[in-house]
Design a protein around this ligand. Structure first.
Ligand SMILES: Nc1ncnc2c1ncn2[C@@H]1O[C@H](COP(=O)(O)OP(=O)(O)O)[C@@H](O)[C@H]1O
Ligand SMILES: [Mg+2]
Length: 306
């Protein structure tokens, strides 16, 4: 199990804790973001701040608007209204390829690896400065070649770190679903980002790979990278997240430390709709019992409660 250093909410939130609360050191700030499809409002976020250098989990039931919000904040979709900034620079209207050059990358819920390219070729596509490649190659062939070698070396190092080096020449199509998730995460790291957004990185990944994915996410944080990830499994969230943001029906309904958010009525309503009429204490006791049945998570939860 990855070593997680517990973070107190005092070091993350500034002032009162709640939906849209201010952070002591936000890497991203977004205001009045709305996105409708037809007459349906998929996202309506008044204000949100993502804490720098921490692991933040974005949770919420299916259809809550998590992926849509990711698409908007990463420049893959345009909102109807709203402004947002990354590291103090506005991102409104900036296309995704520029966003990633600025140091903010994301992965997709449904992986986007190119099936008929090799694993290594997929990795090289994740490198910065892909544009204008031919132009530079013709002007400075030696410099370009050395840059190519550097990119390849970085790709090989990352593949080794993600235990995919033996697969470097295989088509991405030949990888398992879990390996494709790892490849996508490794590829996102090719551009040496400061902020990575992972949309359900653990979904469809077998338990053996889940542990290593969790470890990779914690390692990113230890390297100073800010992580925002979407996850359904509360055990995973408890195990690695410093902070949790909860969405329901397009809006943020709760925020806080994982152990606190788990006890929040809005979260319980959003997740346990069918349990709404039951005693809250009983539901929480069940969640706790389930948690302590998993030793890996127990350790992290205990650490957080110290
Ligand atoms: N391209 C789209 N066209 C129409 N409706 C969409 C589109 N993308 C998302 N939606 C709708 O927006 C809502 C939020 O979806 P999504 O962001 O995928 O939720 P989540 O990721 O939290 O499960 C859903 O009602 C979904 O059907
Ligand atoms: Mg989604």
């Amino acid at each position: 199990m990855p070593d997680t250093t517990p973070t107190t909410s005092a070091s993350i939130a500034k002032g009162e804790i709640g939906p849209g609360c201010a952070k002591t050191d936000p890497i991203m700030i977004a205001d009045e973001i709305t996105r409708s499809f037809g007459g349906n409002t998929a996202v309506d976020v008044q204000h949100v701040e993502i804490p720098r250098g921490k692991i933040t989990a974005l949770i919420g039931p299916n259809g809550a608007g998590k992926t849509t919000l990711f698409n908007l904040l990463s420049g893959f979709d345009r909102p109807n209204t709203g402004t947002w900034s990354f590291d103090g620079r506005t991102l409104s209207g900036i296309p995704s390829f520029k966003v990633s050059r600025m140091g903010q990358v994301r992965t997709f819920q449904l992986t986007k690896s190119l099936a008929m390219l090799s694993v290594l070729e997929n990795m090289k596509l994740g490198a910065k400065n892909q544009r204008g490649e031919r132009f530079w190659a013709s002007l400075f062939p030696l410099l370009w070649r050395s840059q190519e070698r550097e990119i390849e070396q970085r790709a090989l190092d990352l593949l080794q770190r993600f235990k995919l080096d033996a697969k470097k020449d295989d088509y991405a199509a030949a990888l398992s679903g879990g390996q494709r998730k790892l490849l996508e995460m490794a590829r996102a790291l090719m551009s040496d980002p400061q902020f990575i957004m992972l949309d359900e990185p653990m979904a469809g990944v077998n338990p053996a790979l889940t542990q290593s994915l969790l470890g990779h996410i914690v390692n990113l944080k230890n390297d100073g990278v800010t992580v925002l990830f979407v996850e359904h499994d509360m055990h995973m969230v408890q195990a690695i997240a410093d902070w949790v943001i909860v969405m329901a029906e397009g809006s943020i309904v709760a925020e806080g430390e994982p152990s606190v958010v788990m006890r929040d009525q809005a979260v319980i309503d959003a997740y346990l709709g069918s349990n709404k009429d039951r005693d809250l204490g009983e539901v929480v006791a069940e969640i706790r019992a389930e948690r302590s049945a998993s030793p890996a998570v127990d350790t992290a939860a205990a650490a957080k409660e110290q």
